[in-house]
Ligand binder design. Structure first.
Ligand code: FAD
Length: 466
């Protein structure tokens, strides 16, 4: 009987444990992707980008003599239909660790096992499964550094090779077509503009990793905070759809480090922040919605407001923040330092609830990751584990002096220039967001000093129980 492999955020054939286990059995394989309610609920940009990943992956499978069967609906019902149609008695998948996916997968596993199906999940989306790392008293890590120290010397299994072919079933079941799903329908910005910045599929992801190892890893520690330099790997986009495994990145960076690449250890440490995000979300499933520190439930966050709308549009009058927000809108991504600056400005100077920012990032980021985004927002806002303290408020102006001294980053995303490479940027932005000599740059939404003071007062009020 055939084996069904249910693909989700693991759109690759190399280093794929579930796929390798299925191949070992010698049985026919039916690869399946289901557009389920979790996918339907994704923000505009990640949903669109996910669709491109699926399209690309279907071609990869076709080159192996196989097919990706597409279905839409509740996974348990869809898998049951497929089992009935194909005679499959086994379903494998790669484990996911975010709260919604865990709830979904529990229902599927219990339902299939109840039907007598061999339903198995396998590792692959993280290096260290959340439950495999514990502190001395058996609990989870509430601070990053001891988490890192616990995992850094661990043995990580070798990567698995990509198969050359996949054994097909005697007959293929029916499949939807991707165009039926219209995954790009919510893209308000021009998908053709964001397309210039994406890197889809595992071959491209591997090339991206190789380029980073060849050109940038040596200077990573020194250069990674400068948003106008191509000094980070940009692999978050591929990691989130599983187009590359964290294990492939880990081993490659380890080898580079042993050959003397200066930034190697620092890079691995950043990669492990992603692991830590899943560790936190697994142990605190409400990470994306609730303040991890419950005392923050009494903080006077402002709900969505006019200044938050200026923030989304890159019109706050703070050039570092506005450039960051436009980078996000146009390219579908944002440099890590700029994420911190933009998030700090929203939650501190504008005192807006971090969940307002979480939602905009979830709508715009092509590397949106349920755990990393939630952890990032709680970290900046001050209400998360190992968070940056609330009273440490990023000053966008001094950050600009430090990390964008020549203003190249700000110019790149703010100026309405007529040069060809700028035109694509500005084609993506609604006309009312343009900054030109005739529409002068907006006055700041709030002075940095006033915003800082109001934030600190609100923090003092929370601490004083007012
Ligand atoms: P590199 O510097 O090359 O790092 C390598 C890999 O390490 C990254 O690809 C990523 O997987 C991981 N990593 C690095 N820094 C972090 C971090 N702080 N937290 C978690 N993992 C990290 N990252 C996402 O992948 N998706 C998100 O939705 C997301 N939202 C964020 C929201 C906020 C408010 C903040 C402050 C950070 C967020 N991050 C998110 C983390 C980080 O900004 C990105 O992972 C990073 O910018 C990706 O660029 P890169 O691949 O070039 O990273």
């Amino acid at each position: 009987n055939p084996i069904i492999i249910w693909f989700r955020r693991d759109l690759r054939i190399s280093d794929h444990v579930a796929l390798s286990k299925a191949i070992e059995t010698g049985r026919p394989i039916i690869p399946v992707f289901i557009c389920d309610p979790i996918m339907e609920a994704l923000g505009a940009a990640p949903k669109w980008r996910f669709g491109l990943g699926v399209e690309h992956f279907a071609k990869t499978l076709a080159a192996l003599g196989s097919r990706l069967i597409l279905r839409r609906g509740e996974p348990l019902a869809e898998l049951r239909d497929l089992i009935r149609e194909t005679g499959a008695d086994t379903v494998y998948w790669s484990r996911a660790y975010d709260t919604d996916a865990i709830a979904r997968d529990r229902v599927v596993k219990a339902g299939l096992q109840n039907d007598g199906i061999d339903a198995q999940s396998h590792q692959g989306h993280v290096l260290f499964e959340p439950w495999s790392v514990a502190n001395k008293s058996g609990g989870y890590f509430k601070v990053y550094t001891p988490f890192w120290k616990t995992v850094r010397g661990r043995q990580v299994d070798a990567c698995l090779p990509a198969p050359k072919s996949l054994s097909p079933p005697s007959e293929w079941p029916e499949s939807d077509t991707l165009t039926d799903w219209q995954l790009g329908r919510d893209m308000r910005r021009g998908a053709d503009v964001v397309s210039r910045y994406i890197c889809v599929g595992e071959t491209n992801a591997q090339a991206r990793l190789d380029a980073f190892l060849d050109d940038a890893i040596g200077d990573y520690q020194r250069e990674r905070d400068f948003p106008n330099k191509p000094s980070t790997s940009r692999l978050s986009e591929n990691l989130t759809y599983g187009e590359i495994s964290p294990r492939m990145i880990w081993h490659s960076a380890y080898v580079a480090m042993q050959k003397g690449a200066q930034g190697g250890e620092h890079f691995l440490k950043e990669l492990v922040w992603r692991e830590y995000a899943y560790h936190l979300m697994y142990h605190f499933p409400a990470l994306a919605d609730q303040n991890w520190r419950s005392e923050w439930d009494t903080f006077h966050w402002l709900p969505d407001n006019e200044n938050a709308e200026r923030w989304r549009r890159g019109m706050t009058g703070e050039p570092m923040v506005d450039a960051a927000m436009r980078e996000l809108y146009i390219t579908g991504t944002m440099h890590n330092r700029m994420r911190m600056i933009a998030a700090s400005y929203l939650t501190k100077h504008l005192r807006t609830d971090w969940r307002v920012g979480r939602d905009w990032f979830a709508d715009c980021l092509i590397d949106w990751d349920p755990a990393a985004n939630a952890m990032g927002w709680q970290w900046v806002a001050g209400c998360g584990p190992d968070a940056s303290p609330y009273f440490r408020i990023f000053n966008p102006a001094t950050q600009g002096e430090k990390f964008d001294k020549q203003q190249l980053y700000r110019k790149r995303f703010l100026l309405d220039d007529t040069r060809a490479e700028y035109r694509a940027f500005f084609a993506a932005i609604p006309k009312s967001w343009h900054i030109t000599p005739s529409t002068p740059y907006p006055e700041p939404a709030i002075s940095l000093a006033d915003g800082r003071k109001a934030a600190l007062d609100a923090y003092a009020a929370m601490r004083g129980g007012v």
